[in-house]
Design a protein around this ligand. Structure first.
Ligand code: N01
Length: 537
């Protein structure tokens, strides 16, 4: 399959948007089924998240032996990860290897920013246009656009007058940035800030961190992988993967079956300490089975981390500012770090609390806060993403009778299963809003969705069915369930990007299904019942 010359419309069975983990596997599956497919990617290379987020210290907080495709036995047994948590360059090398190994590149169009997708009920086809005007026509339109791919870039007065460089962690220059001898500002202390701050501080002459909300972070306890542990996992890789798919978050979280209240103070301390200094990262959440559901257990977890911050950070003012006090552990994504709190003991690192001293403007030589100028040569935005809906809402997607996705979603994303949205036939979303998506090991959730979508398309084609669409009432019930489940957890207790609270004006709606294993069972049953909860024509 080749694209036709630019003035003509390229006809394919499916157009897939995005060449990250999701789009690449989607392409592979569709081609395996004998379908023609084109992946449209706005970047100049593959990798999605891992193409753009090249900031210093970028690495995944899910273990590399888990954060990788399982669909091909030879691939998973032959690829050798070097560290417990892979760095961005290593993950990108892996993705590029997959692309070459499965000969995927020939069906990917780079530098292709999709601006619109219109459904024609007459032809039952989607018409997709990219910036520059090239058009594609497809029976299926599949968004593999990622949950955290549309950067949040707050604008400050005077931004244009700043004389230094401005960088964004979410689209870091490919050639890297050298901060040697420079005075640097970092705005934002989420996972991206927390990972990059120690490395920037080590290189720059001076670093000022502008913090709005302190975050809970736990040492990653990263280390090189040992040959014997890799061999042990690989010998039963299939079973290991199956085990993880049965877990609520699709990764190997060791949950202590005890409740905190049943443990003595000494036992509590021992367990939290073990999670902090030996297990590391997200494993902290499994210290007691009720950390996530019981506010008292969660408060103990919070207090433990605050105690650690107090003991690590020597300057009591900085320590106090770094201690989260307004949200539960896990309510916002728990951060995983390597030397984050220790970084504040460096003499070249300052911390500004921008709740107390808001950023007033950028000026030629720095950032003005509370009437004083913090002089800097470079500013780094680590301010996160318009999550879940950001990338999709930037494409003008028009379904039946001219219905616009952005209008339909004005009060929050509306989907059935996070896979389809009413009024938009044959439009699938990989890890869309309403599915477990970001509350999982993403690669597992992606593979599951891609398998579901490709099996669904194979079924439709085999049965001579032209369109699949979700009825509106199913969608309403589904989104009500998604919210109700979240309300019963710690997630509902704070403002986070899970709720869209980081984006001014965005409706506060939780669009993530909590409970991967349960979700997986549900979508599997629907497929087994030949998609009977959808309208098939
Ligand atoms: O983004 P974030 P991120 N003025 O939204 C602040 C995944 N990820 O890119 O909390 C000033 O978490 C904002 O403050 P507040 C992971 O799922 C994974 O760091 O909104 N500050 C916050 O401090 C993660 O959760 C990995 O008050 C502003 C920060 O910027 C998700 O991506 C690594 C502001 C943004 O934090 C997002 O992480 C990296 C403003 N106007 C990312 N707007 C790993 O695997 C926002 N902020 C380890």
């Amino acid at each position: 399959m080749n694209d036709t010359p630019s003035e003509e419309v390229a006809l394919v069975d499916a157009v897939v948007v995005g060449a990250g983990f999701a789009g690449l596997y989607m392409l592979h599956r569709l081609r395996q089924q004998g379908l023609t497919a084109t992946v449209l990617e706005r970047g100049s290379g593959v990798g999605g998240t891992w193409f753009w987020n090249r900031y210093p210290g970028a690495r995944c907080d899910v273990e590399s032996l888990e954060y990788s495709y399982k669909f091909d036995e030879a691939l998973q047994s032959e690829w050798a990860w070097s560290e417990r948590y892979a760095t961005q360059p290593e993950i990108l090398r892996y993705i590029e290897h997959v692309v070459e190994r499965f000969d995927l590149r020939r069906n990917i169009r780079f530098d292709s920013n999709v601006i619109s997708a219109d459904y024609s009920a007459r032809s039952r086809r989607w018409n997709i246009t990219i910036e520059g005007g090239k058009r594609y026509e497809a029976r299926y339109f599949i968004a593999a656009t990622g949950c955290l791919s549309q950067p949040n870039e707050p604008k400050y007065p005077g931004q244009e007058s700043f004389g230094g460089d401005i960088h964004y962690t979410s689209r870091w220059p490919q050639q890297g940035v050298d901060f040697t001898g420079k005075r640097v500002a970092v705005i934002g202390t989420g996972s991206s800030g927390i990972q990059s701050i120690p490395l920037i501080a080590a290189q720059a002459a001076h670093l000022t961190v502008f913090q709005r909300t302190p975050n809970f972070s736990v040492p990653a306890c990263n280390r090189p992988l040992q040959p014997d542990e890799v061999a042990k996992t690989k010998i039963e890789y299939g079973r290991f993967r199956e085990h993880n798919l049965e877990q609520p978050f699709a990764f190997n979280l060791f949950v202590n079956p005890r409740n905190l209240a049943d443990a003595s103070p000494a036992e509590r301390e021992r367990e939290f300490e073990r999670r902090w200094s030996a297990f590391g990262g997200l494993q902290f959440l499994g210290a007691f089975q009720d950390v996530f559901t019981d506010p008292t257990a969660n408060r103990a977890a919070q207090e433990f981390i605050r105690g650690k911050i107090r003991s690590i950070v020597q300057d009591p003012r900085k320590a106090e500012l770094l201690m989260p006090s307004d949200h539960a552990v896990g309510c916002k994504r728990l951060c995983s770090d390597s030397g984050y709190f220790e970084t504040y003991n460096r003499p070249n690192v300052d911390l500004v609390d921008i709740r107390a001293e808001p950023i007033e403007s950028f000026v030629q030589n720095g950032v003005r806060v509370a009437g004083r100028v913090v002089e800097v040569d470079a500013i780094v935005y680590a301010t996160g993403f318009d999550a879940m809906t950001g990338a999709l809402s930037r494409i003008r997607i028009q379904g039946r009778e001219g219905r616009r996705l952005t209008d339909e979603w004005a009060q929050g994303a509306q989907t059935y299963l996070g896979l389809m949205s009413a009024g938009f036939p044959n439009f699938f979303m990989v890890t869309g809003p309403g599915s477990p998506s970001v509350l999982t090991n993403m690669v597992m959730a992606i593979e599951d969705h891609v398998d579901w979508i490709s099996n669904c398309i194979a079924f439709l084609d085999a049965e001579g069915i032209h369109t699949i669409e979700t009825p509106g009432e199913r969608q309403n019930e589904w989104m009500r369930d998604v919210s109700a489940i979240a309300e019963a957890t710690q997630f509902s207790g704070c403002n986070s990007w899970y709720y869209g609270s980081n984006i001014p004006g965005k409706p506060r709606v939780f669009t993530i299904y909590v409970g991967f294993a349960d979700y997986r069972k549900k979508i599997g049953q629907i497929a087994a019942r030949q998609y009977d909860s959808f309208t098939l024509e």
